[in-house]
Design a protein around this ligand. Structure first.
Ligand code: UDP
Length: 325
């Protein structure tokens, strides 16, 4: 049986495709290549360029490849862009997900994994965040993710489809074998950005906010290596195949690093002093986001293998050097 990976040419999708292929699974990738890079998809995967809302195409791909599971990564992910153009986000992330879910139900595909985000939780929820923590997404991006979670919850109650939602914390790093990594040229994520500064491709790093109620005044995040996140998808898939009921899991390590700690790490790993500029807070950035990962560890047996922050930074830096943009 085949696993359909939507958005398999993207950052997290491509790492998951490689992890699936590495263990011998059969994969078909569906990606419109709006942001993904085809060369980063493993050579062993079938590739279809197209839209997840193209019902006729989905019907054909599911039938031709014997798809029995879907991992749905495809979507838009830039928070400020979602604020500026909310309808584009509701279209890409909700309307298109609805079409994909409908195609899976129509074709009796029994299981789906969906990429969600730690930003569905309320900003004032106690840290670390557990799956049952209160939800109050602020951005259209985060709302679009929670809407699709709800859609899946309701559909799983009404049909034979079972699903797992994975709520990602701050994903960073790159494939230790150098096959794929974060390639979005304008990515704004801290570790990627710091690697670009270390390479002299960006003149300085902004520290967005130095007056947060955190130990050193800068934002604290739970940075997780993309390979550990990919591994969580494989475990979720295996659990669904064994009949697990629909649920959601947080995927983070349960510990936080501040912006200043990341900068020190990047300087240690790269050997270069980063030019930094203390700048105002970025609108919408909460002080702290830390996961409580007990549930995924206990129920899926998730064991992170890349928890060391310097290792995450080193792999991100190695990838950044390789892509040379
Ligand atoms: N950040 C920063 N400078 C940057 C990018 C990010 O100071 O150039 C901070 C940001 O304010 C937050 C943390 O780094 O506290 C992580 O931000 P990122 O954009 O990587 O992920 P987010 O948590 O916003 O999804």
């Amino acid at each position: 049986m085949t696993i359909l990976v939507t958005g398999g040419a993207g950052y997290i999708g491509s790492h998951t495709v490689h992890a699936l292929l590495d263990r011998g699974d059969t994969v078909v990738v569906l990606d419109d290549l709006s942001t993904g890079v085809k060369a980063q998809v493993g050579a062993g995967a079938a590739f279809v360029q197209g839209d997840v809302a193209d019902t006729a195409l989905l019907r054909r791909v599911i039938a031709e490849h014997g798809v029995d599971s879907v991992i749905h990564f495809a979507g838009s992910i830039v928070v400020p862009e979602s604020v500026a153009d909310p309808l584009a986000y509701y279209d890409n992330n909700v309307v298109k997900s609805r079409a994909l879910i409908a195609a899976c139900v129509a074709a009796n595909v029994p299981q789906m994994i969906f990429s969600s985000t730690a930003t569905v939780y309320a900003e004032d929820a106690a840290q670390p965040l557990a799956e049952a923590s209160p939800k109050a997404p602020i951005s259209p991006y985060a709302r679009s993710k929670l809407m699709t979670e709800w859609m899946l919850e309701d559909v799983s109650k009404a049909t034979k489809l079972r699903h797992m939602v994975l709520r990602y914390f701050n994903v960073a790093g790159a494939d230790p074998k150098g096959r794929t990594g974060q390639s979005t040229p304008k990515a704004t994520h801290l570790i990627k950005r710091a690697a670009q500064v270390a390479l002299g491709r960006v003149p300085h790093l902004d520290i967005f906010g130095t007056d947060y109620p955190t130990p050193d005044g800068t934002g604290v995040r739970d940075y997780i290596h993309v390979s550990d996140l990919a591994a969580a998808h494989l475990l979720a898939l295996d659990a669904l195949k064994k009949g697990a009921t629909s649920t959601a899991y947080n995927v983070g390590y349960g510990k936080g690093a501040s912006v200043r700690e990341v900068i020190t790490g990047v300087e240690r790993v790269t050997g270069s002093k980063l030019p930094v500029k203390e700048s105002p807070r970025r609108p919408g950035d909460p002080p702290t986001l830390i996961s409580d990962p007990s549930r995924i560890k206990a129920q899926l047996g998730w064991k992170p293998a890349h928890e060391d922050l310097d290792g995450i930074i080193a792999s991100a830096f190695a990838w950044e050097k390789r892509i040379n943009t």
